[in-house]
Design a protein around this ligand. Structure first.
Ligand code: CA
Length: 232
């Protein structure tokens, strides 16, 4: 069995789900820590080496959302919310609080592992190289230093707004960005509600980079929540 060095904290009050997740993690070689509630989770984070947290929102002592806010006061570790709450507004709220990703129960072990790998890769990338200037996914390349975009080796003309959007997605590769977050980042605070403008901008960009804009390969829509640039 492969052995991974990153340890994962599973915060879940349902013992059955907790052992299902731990079993799946151990199969992949991840050391696994567990907590049945929010306070226990926070004390484990302080006292042990944890590289990623899987967090249930419905906990017996505090709400998982409060755990995210608390942890984000002092730590940037990847947090993947694993919850039965499947409302888009809940997902967006968790992501806006600082969660990195969101998985709705029930989910498969395969899907969980894929999300964990993406989140860990993203974390090591942002820790290792703050100065990364060239990003690539598939045939799409963004050169931050030269301010250029390439598609299948050829330079692609994009508008300044399309470039800003693409740069934001590349810097957060693999991560779901909420519509609110994107709007704030690329248009500034005053435009926080103009989701129509973002949809139009996204449609224009997709026409340029996607072979089939209705079935995007690069920028995926997380319905009701936001967008994600694929990570591999
Ligand atoms: Ca629960």
């Amino acid at each position: 069995m492969k052995r991974r060095s990153e340890s994962i904290l599973v915060v879940e009050d349902d013992p059955q789900i907790r052992s299902f997740i731990c079993y799946a993690l151990k199969q992949e070689g991840f050391p696994c820590l567990t907590a049945g509630g929010a306070q226990n989770a926070l004390s484990t984070l302080v006292s042990s080496q944890v590289d990623l947290m899987l967090l249930d929102l419905g906990l017996p002592d505090y709400d998982g959302m409060d755990v995210i806010k608390k942890v984000r006061e002092w730590s940037e570790i990847p947090i993947i919310v694993v919850s039965a709450r499947d409302q888009d507004s809940e997902k967006a709220a968790a992501l806006d609080c600082g969660a990195d990703d969101y998985l709705t129960k029930p989910f498969s072990a395969t899907e969980l592992m894929a999300r964990i790998r993406v989140a860990l890769r993203h974390a090591s990338r942002s820790a290792g190289s703050k100065a990364q200037s060239v990003y690539t996914v598939g045939g799409l390349t963004l050169d931050l230093e030269r301010h250029l975009v390439f598609l299948d080796g050829a330079e692609l003309h994009v508008t300044p707004m399309e470039y800003s959007l693409l740069a934001l997605l590349f810097k957060n590769m693999g991560k779901v960005l909420t519509t609110q977050y994107i709007l704030k980042e690329i248009y500034g605070v005053g435009y926080g509600t103009d989701t129509q403008a973002l949809r139009a901008l996204m449609a224009g960009l997709r026409r340029k980079i996607e072979k089939s804009p209705a079935k995007p390969r690069y920028i995926l829509t997380e319905i009701g929540v936001g967008y994600r640039l694929v990570d591999e």
